[in-house]
Every structure is written in structure tokens, then in C-alpha cells.
Design a protein around this ligand. Structure first.
Ligand SMILES: [Zn+2]
Length: 114
């Protein structure tokens, strides 16, 4: 099952909705505050994106190149990121919290973990 707050998959009782107490608290806090309704939707997408990148087989690597289809099938949303960066070779990178990614040839995505 997947956490209603961050979208991460977790094991537990079948009636459990959140992966952790902080996620449960965050969900209730947001639900009772109408100002957070819009933020919640974007946060959920960013958090799911982050969970997907975090769960890649990093081991002790800092850089991975993986097929785009892998991220697509896991529900990664390429339209949402936390910032951008253009290096001196005019390559555009997309930040997602502590990750940076950019399209790579052959339908792959290059990802760096900070
Ligand atoms: Zn969670």
C-alpha cells in the first residue's frame, strides 16, 4: 500500500493509511486548514517524485542513469520540480530537493543525488 501523505509504499496493517506518524500528523494538519488544500496537491506530487527517486538502487552511488519508462511506470511527474539550474554547457537540470535530473539520450534520465 501507499502512504496517503507522501505516496511512499509501506508494509503494515491493511487499515493503515500512512507510512509514519509525521505523515499522519501532516495529513491531518493539512486537511483541517483550507489554505493548504492547493499546496497539498503540489506537495503530494513532489513528495511522490522524491520517494520514487529515493527508492532507486543507489547503494553508494551518487549518479544513476535509468530508463525514463521506469520513472513513468512508477508515477513520476516530470512537470513538478523544486528548481532549475543551467550549467556553462547550457545543459538544463531540474532539482527535486536533494536530487538533480536531466534528460539523457536513448530515453534515459540522468539523476544525481546530493
Ligand atoms: Zn508517508
Amino acid at each position: 500500500m501507499n502512504c496517503l501523505q507522501c505516496g511512499k509504499s509501506f508494509r503494515g496493517r491493511s487499515d493503515k493509511k500512512y507510512c509514519s506518524l509525521p505523515c499522519k500528523n501532516a495529513h491531518y494538519r493539512l486537511r483541517t486548514d483550507p489554505h493548504h488544500e492547493i499546496l497539498k496537491k503540489v506537495d503530494a506530487i513532489l513528495h511522490r517524485n522524491h520517494a520514487i527517486l529515493s527508492q532507486l538502487p543507489w547503494e553508494d552511488k551518487k549518479i544513476l542513469t535509468i530508463p525514463k519508462i521506469y520513472l513513468d511506470t512508477h508515477g513520476f511527474n516530470f512537470d513538478f520540480h523544486t528548481g532549475t539550474f543551467t550549467n556553462r554547457h547550457n545543459q538544463l537540470f531540474f532539482y527535486l530537493y536533494n536530487f538533480a535530473w536531466r534528460p539523457h539520450p536513448e530515453n534515459k534520465i540522468w539523476i544525481m543525488k546530493k
